[in-house]
Design a protein around this ligand. Structure first.
Ligand code: THU
Length: 139
């Protein structure tokens, strides 16, 4: 992936983080998922007083896309940090989000774990979810 494209996706994730609804954890996350047709679907975490209904930023972005008929993706960028802070750690998707993404992308999806536009780790879903269980297992 080109640096310019990576940075564009990180910027979209940072903007989406601004919409995070995280009054309980105060940990705000933004994700930007690019579809193969070049569109970008953003998402933030949406928490809930009952905790369990909380949606992570990654699944928010994924479900927005799928619910609009888009199922093919070629990259995702994720940024997260406590409200008002810059994290020293990158925010990697939780296990549930790894599995949700795997359903549509398989292991090749490039995953950008970013602290800022210029500070990120580029990995793949297969590295984050080795031997992932997916549709092919049921074929
Ligand atoms: N969260 C995400 O949105 N994505 C991640 O990759 C990690 C965790 C959210 C869920 C919850 O609202 C808050 O971050 C703290 O766990």
């Amino acid at each position: 992936m080109e640096t310019k494209q990576i940075q564009e996706l990180i910027r979209a994730a940072l903007a989406a983080r601004g919409f995070a609804y995280a009054p309980y954890s105060r940990f705000k996350v933004g994700a930007a998922l690019r579809s193969t047709d070049g569109r970008v679907f953003t998402g933030c975490n949406v928490e809930n007083a009952a905790f369990t209904p909380t949606s992570c930023a990654e699944r928010t972005a994924l479900f927005k896309a799928v619910s609009e008929g888009v199922r093919e993706f070629d990259a995702i960028a994720i940024v997260g940090s406590l409200d008002g802070q810059t994290n020293t750690l990158v925010t990697a998707p939780c296990g549930v989000c790894r599995q949700a993404l795997f359903e549509f992308t398989g292991p090749a999806l490039p995953v950008i774990l970013a602290r800022s536009e210029d500070d990120y780790i580029l990995t793949t879903l297969g590295e984050l979810l080795p031997y992932g269980f997916g549709p092919q297992n049921l074929a």
